[in-house]
Design a protein around this ligand. Structure first.
Ligand code: ATR
Length: 291
């Protein structure tokens, strides 16, 4: 039922999500259901991949048309593209790769930042009671990103693009420094972040895996350090309510779930995979059903 095997044929377009591990991924449920709903002749597989370059070379047939990328392959994926979208290049990581029909070349994109930033802006607008305006509610805000990997870069560049003042906090300080310098921001260590309270109304985004199932008792920042944030986003989506988000809520901050980033970027990926408008409600419902 998940893969609609009866409809497989010589014209079926093959897609998948490349990662390691991959068993927890909801993407196959999401895209197979969405493909079916618009009668798109495609299949979407979980792909447990060790070496991205070997995989891409081995599956070079034109029927293998598109991939999503997840931990830990978003940076390797970029190196395996024939061409890379400029924003993905600046971020240094891709989350989607599409085979261009005209010449078979693989083109890389980063859609993570679009999904996360859209979800955060929407939550801020809703809490301000403001109507959607042309200026971003992130403009001028202090925006703290925990982590400096692929997702950390995506959030940092996305926040910078919206006019936020970016702070990058990372376990490995050197990586924080490198990213902060690229987005014109400040770098701090995770230990420093615990005593970082310059102003009220800050936004926090966790992009590390700290708190991900099965380590649900962990949190990247203790509750007593959360009081000056107005909104906390966690890129983790298993579990939906991480310890970080639960404690953020307890101190009065707006929680933005990783599922929202995933839902918003899924709309973009679906449209690029198929050329059809995304069935938004179905994508939301499928995700809820499988969480
Ligand atoms: P992604 O593409 O999802 O961002 P990644 O590129 O592997 O994944 O990046 C993982 C990020 O989470 C890094 O910033 C990493 O910190 P380091 O640069 O110090 O490695 C951070 N991270 C992972 N596990 C962590 C942990 N247990 N504690 C703190 N930070 C952690």
């Amino acid at each position: 039922d998940l893969y609609n095997l009866r409809q497989l044929g010589p014209d079926t377009k093959v897609h998948g999500v490349i990662g390691k591990p991959i068993g927890h991924s909801k993407s196959p449920h999401l895209y197979n259901a969405a493909f079916r709903s618009v009668n798109f002749n495609g299949i979407y597989l979980p792909l447990l991949v060790d070496n991205v370059a070997n995989f891409i070379n081995a599956y070079s047939s034109p029927d293998f048309v598109g991939y999503s990328y997840t931990i830990p392959h978003k940076e390797d994926g970029l190196r395996c593209c024939d061409e890379v979208d400029p924003i993905a290049k600046a971020i240094g990581a891709i989350s989607q790769m599409i085979r261009r029909p005209t010449d078979g070349k693989m083109i890389g994109y980063n859609v993570d930042y679009l999904g996360a930033i859209a979800a955060i802006e929407e939550a801020l607008r809703a809490s301000n009671g403001a109507s959607p305006a042309t200026t971003s509610p992130l403009a001028g805000k202090l925006f703290v990103v925990i982590g400096a990997g692929g997702a950390g870069k995506a959030l940092a560049y996305g926040a910078m693009e919206k006019g936020a003042r970016v702070v990058v906090a990372n376990r490995t300080y050197e990586k924080a420094k490198e990213l902060a310098s690229k987005v014109g921001g400040q770098a701090i260590t995770l230990a420093e972040l615990e005593n970082f309270h310059p102003e009220d109304g800050m936004v926090l985004a966790n992009t590390t895996s700290v708190g991900m199932k099965p380590n649900v008792d962990l949190t990247p920042l203790p509750k007593n350090a959360l009081s000056r944030y107005c909104l906390v986003f966690d890129a983790i989506y298993t579990p939906k309510l991480t310890r970080l988000l639960r404690e953020a809520q307890e101190v009065g901050a707006i929680p933005v779930y990783g599922t929202e980033m995933f839902i918003n970027q899924a709309f973009v990926q679906f449209e690029r995979f198929t050329g059809y408008p995304a069935p938004k409600q179905l994508i939301r419902d499928t995700l809820v059903k499988n969480s």
